[in-house]
Design a protein around this ligand. Structure first.
Ligand code: BLA
Length: 517
């Protein structure tokens, strides 16, 4: 019911998703001591080998897999510490009727965790033998991708080709951990709606999940209607907690998220972390309309491709940032040249107001000097602007006032909200009566104006029914009165411009010529 779900949603950040005490049923888990003695197993392992739990617990692993494989597993453990997943294939000895298994081994605090998934060598749809070629081809072609947008499109397309998921999205986080689908590739044979351009609130991927995803880079939910399998015996491990499954492939997933996936008609979900400077930048989010279980080898290839993508993304972002800074500097240079001593400041600003806006990425600006206002672009009501100046005189510290939500950061009643949710105000005089104020419009408005597909979903049911549509509505509500935050380079540019205007003001005064500001 609604109340219960609301409680679950409120408690989302505190759900301990790394210790569910159970796994998904598309594999088997064995928890081992450092000596490879079996401490716990997932309950389905008993039925797999047709033995009671008591007969299994305490056994040496070699009883099932032989000496050789134990040696191979031990060798695997000595490989690089950064890579958590060590992968091999193994078979049960003396159990010819059982298939071969893909095996993954990792250390979890005092224990070793061995996970088994049935090896699907016969399945040509995944073309495992192409593992190296696929990743190689991908990496070489990446070098020919001309733009960041093309890079986005390329990675989602290639990921869909590799994994077989029907809809693959690139999901990018903003500074506040809200997210946007910035690229999407869909199999048109599969009826799944597009989410391209949609935005979602931070709570859809809560804090502890983001933390986990910046340590363990890939996760798979092979069947969203699965029944979890308990790890037994369920006595507690370290610090009185169940075994830590942070790095386990088979970890059972949060019920809130399962509800979300089921509501959106998704049968299988896989996501891979895109990192930038050790921070989670986004996810490659893959969905299928029915269950899908890409084997470990394919998932490893997908993870490797994503790391390569992240590195290329870094290159593009750095180049972008540099050209952005250069552009800003050129706007300011042009403004400086235009502010000629023999011309009035107002006349120049009138002619060159676009530079004033572009250099700071603002939608509107008010220059308030000697009790006069000169306004350009999208600005709030002038009476409100005057209130804001009074407020700044009373409350400002004579430095930069940067706010991406005037309603939140002042006690003023904002008039013309959508025109001005954010303000960047800088005094142009030591008396703090003259200001340049740049404005940014409300983020939600801005996105609607851009004509994105959101417009069509505003009438959707809003509530605790967890779906991307409901999330989108929640995201929109949460952003009322908020503008995009002012970045450091915008603030720097604004300060630079204010200095120019200040100089110009004194020059004008000194010359007492054309002084009309
Ligand atoms: C996990 N939520 C996730 C994951 C994604 C999303 C990608 C990672 C698991 C996976 O790969 O499926 C969200 N998926 C999205 C979004 C899109 C998408 C936004 O495709 C957009 C197109 N989820 C909620 C709410 C809560 C919540 C309201 O919507 C709780 C308040 C919780 N989401 C939640 C939790 C996890 C999660 C707890 C972790 C699941 C786990 O790893 O156990």
């Amino acid at each position: 019911n609604d109340d219960e779900l609301k409680k679950a949603i409120d408690g989302c950040d505190s759900e301990q998703i790394h210790i569910p005490g159970s796994i998904q049923p598309h594999g088997y888990m064995l928890v081992l001591s450092q000596e490879f003695e079996i401490v716990k197993v997932s309950r389905n392992f008993c039925s797999l080998i047709d033995q009671p739990l008591q007969a299994i617990i305490g056994q040496d692993l070699k009883v099932y897999f032989g000496e050789d494989i134990i040696k191979a597993l031990k060798d695997m453990l000595s490989v690089g510490a950064l890579c958590h997943t060590r992968y091999t294939t193994l078979s049960f000895i003396e159990k010819e009727d059982l298939p071969q298994f893909d095996a993954v081994l990792h250390q979890s605090k005092d224990y070793l965790i061995l996970e088994l998934e049935i090896h699907k060598s016969g399945k040509i749809e995944f073309q495992e033998h192409d593992f190296y070629q696929k990743v190689m081809q991908f990496s070489i072609q990446l070098q020919q991708v001309p733009t960041q947008t093309a890079l986005y499109d390329y990675v989602v397309y290639e990921m869909r080709q590799l994994t077989g998921f029907g809809r693959v999205k690139l999901y990018r986080f903003d500074q506040n951990w809200n997210g946007e689908v910035v690229a999407e590739s869909r199999d048109m044979q599969i009826p799944m709606p597009s989410y391209l351009g949609l935005h979602f609130p931070a709570s859809d991927i809560p804090k502890q999940a983001r933390k986990l995803y910046s340590q363990n880079f890939i996760r798979l939910i092979a069947d969203t209607s699965y029944e979890s399998v308990q790890i037994v015996p369920d006595d507690l491990c370290e610090k009185g907690l169940p075994i830590d499954l942070s790095y386990a492939c088979l970890r059972s997933v949060s019920p809130v998220h399962m509800e979300y996936l089921n509501n959106m008609g998704v049968g299988a979900s896989m996501s891979i972390s895109v990192m930038q400077n050790e921070r989670l930048w986004g996810l490659i989010a893959c969905h299928h309309n029915s269950p899908l279980h890409p084997p470990i080898s394919v998932r490893m290839a997908a993870e490797l491709m994503t790391h390569t993508f992240s590195a290329f993304l870094s290159n593009f972002m750095q180049a972008d940032q540099e050209s952005e800074i250069q552009k800003k500097q050129s706007y300011i240079r042009e403004l400086n040249i235009s502010l000629r001593p023999d011309k009035s400041m107002l006349e120049t600003l009138k002619r060159k107001h676009a530079l004033l806006l572009q250099a700071v990425d603002a939608d509107g600006v008010i220059v308030h000097v000697n009790d006069k206002n000169f306004a350009f672009g999208l600005i709030p009501e002038m009476s409100f602007a005057n209130d804001l100046i009074d407020w700044l005189e009373m409350n400002g510290d004579g430095k930069v006032f940067a706010s991406n939500s005037i309603a939140r950061d002042t006690n003023l009643l904002v008039r013309g909200q959508s025109m001005a949710s954010g303000v960047l105000a800088i005094p142009v005089s030591s008396s703090m009566t003259d200001y340049v104020m740049w404005f940014r419009q409300e983020l939600v408005e801005e996105i609607d104006w851009a004509g994105r597909p959101e417009k069509r979903v505003t009438k959707d049911k809003v509530g605790y029914h967890l779906t991307p549509r409901a999330s989108f509505a929640r995201w929109k509500e949460g952003l009322r009165g908020y503008a995009k935050a002012w970045e450091a380079d915008n603030i720097e540019a604004a300060e630079h411009i204010t200095k120019l205007l200040l100089n110009k003001k004194y020059e004008d005064k000194l010359r007492q010529a054309n002084y009309d500001l």
